[in-house]
Design a protein around this ligand. Structure first.
Ligand code: SF4
Length: 458
């Protein structure tokens, strides 16, 4: 999911949030919503689909000092696009919450038993109800309610919240999901990615620290920390590989550079020798940067062997296997003039279910490619994610159950090679121990959901 928020002198902040949501569209296409705070009330609009489908205009959304927005990609709770749309908005007292991430076993959170299970559809809605209960029953202000409720939760949450007056940004103590703060004149901006701040002409001030609660309002900003002892930073490595935009920065590091370096390391580690010299083809769009890095290091040429003619959406975040397969066929088209009679190094950023790859390799062969050698700029995904990325169930993860030779056969490729975890961490940069690598290693930074799977030997 993607979250965004604006606080400033009353203006049409909904329009700014909408623009930011468009910049975050790659993070979720199932639904979108915006809530505007007018002081003592919140007015919201939600819809199914992309931002332009869900919010074709801003009719009915008033002017006000604060606005919160969300684009959704469902990883928990209802798959009904509209029922799961966010921000979750509740009143008495008013509260709007936009959530990126997934809570682990949310029903076991302190106070969850007092919330009628029939009343909530998603972990985000339960979270909003817990915060509201803390405010209404215990008389806490919003910051105190956040501090009272959030330390009792497990899992991933980057939140943008408003009570109608102020804007709040929160990152969970592990910092699984990103959240950045920026400014445009006298207006403050919060967004999942720095690219959404620069997209509206804002300057990135900084990224929130793991466990930070940032409050923004007429009296300025105030920062505090959630009290969760021993929570180690575990920023999602997958954000660098696939999820974030290449023009974003995460923990101050360029996503573009991380992907380019990963491509270079892949060329060092898994060259494709022999003649005729191969050409490099990227699976559009996220693998383009890694493919450039691979070609630069290997001294090969990148050709546009695959086109993405329209806005077919991201197949990875399509709802199910069937939808993903059709999404690939709709969104990609091979270019015979670029690949016919040539050996192809096909570079992808990741291999999760293999849906895209199986279809793409077949397309390239049908277009006349002599050989297809798959090079993947991350290690095989072998474990499910419980922190906000729907990598699928263990039985769906292709590399979890097949050898490399079997994998090449299944994917209709002549050879398959992956980047090692060490090299990927090197490419991402920073403190290696500060990343979550659970889907690659099976080492989870938190307890896993009860009954998720038998404990793996890792
Ligand atoms: Fe990211 Fe994988 Fe960790 Fe999920 S399990 S947060 S996808 S690194």
């Amino acid at each position: 999911c993607g979250v965004a928020g604006v606080w400033g002198p009353a203006g049409h902040h909904a329009a700014v949030v909408r623009e930011m949501l468009v910049a975050l569209q790659h993070r979720g296409q199932e639904s979108a919503g915006i809530a505007v705070g007018t002081g003592d009330a919140l007015v919201a609009r939600h819809g199914a689909g992309t931002v332009s489908e869900a919010l074709p205009d801003l009719e009915g959304l008033p002017l006000g000092p604060v606005a919160v927005g969300h684009v959704r990609y469902a990883t928990h709770g209802t798959r009904d696009a509209l029922a799961g749309a966010q921000p979750v908005v509740l009143d008495r007292p008013p509260l709007a919450l936009a959530h990126n991430g997934t809570l682990v076993d949310p029903h076991t959170a302190p106070g969850a038993d007092a919330v009628d299970l029939g009343e909530w559809f998603t972990d985000s809605e339960l979270l909003t109800r817990l915060l509201l209960a803390a405010r209404a029953q215990k008389g806490l202000d919003t910051v105190a309610a956040l501090h009272a409720v959030l330390p009792g939760l497990k899992g991933a949450y980057a939140l943008v919240v408003s009570d109608g007056h102020r804007l709040y940004g929160v990152r969970d103590p592990h910092g699984f999901r990103p959240l950045a703060v920026g400014r445009r004149g006298d207006t403050w901006l919060l967004a999942s990615e720095t690219a959404a701040i620069t997209a509206v002409g804002g300057d990135v001030v900084r990224e929130l620290e793991p466990g930070e609660v940032l409050s923004i309002g007429p009296q300025g900003t105030a920062s505090s920390r959630l009290e969760v002892p021993d929570a180690k930073t575990a920023a999602c490595l997958f954000e660098y590989v696939y999820f974030a935009r290449a023009d974003s920065h995460l923990s101050g590091r360029s996503v573009y550079q991380a992907r380019f370096r990963a491509g270079q390391a892949l060329a060092d580690h898994a060259p494709v020798d022999g003649s005729p010299r191969p050409v490099v083809v990227a699976t559009p769009e996220t693998a383009r940067v890694a493919a450039d890095g691979y070609a630069e290091r290997a001294g090969l040429t990148v050709v546009q062997g695959l086109l993405r003619p329209g806005q077919g959406g991201r197949s990875f975040i399509a709802r199910d296997q069937e939808a993903r397969h059709h999404a690939v066929r709709r969104k990609l088209s091979p270019v015979p003039a670029a690949v016919a009679g040539r050996r192809v190094v096909l570079v992808d950023d990741s291999l999760v279910r293999g849906t895209t790859m199986r279809t793409v390799a077949r397309m390239l062969r049908d277009a006349g490619a002599l050989e297809v050698h798959l090079r993947v700029a991350s290690p095989p995904y072998r474990w499910p994610c419980f922190y906000g990325i729907d990598t699928g169930r263990p039985e769906e993860l292709l590399a979890a159950r097949l050898s490399m030779t079997e994998l090449a056969g299944q994917l209709d490729c002549d050879s398959v090679a992956f980047l090692s975890l060490d090299r990927l961490l090197e490419a991402a940069g920073g403190d290696r121990s500060g990343y979550c690598t659970a889907c690659l290693t099976g080492r989870y930074p938190t307890a896993t959901p009860a009954g998720a799977f038998p404990a793996p030997a890792c």
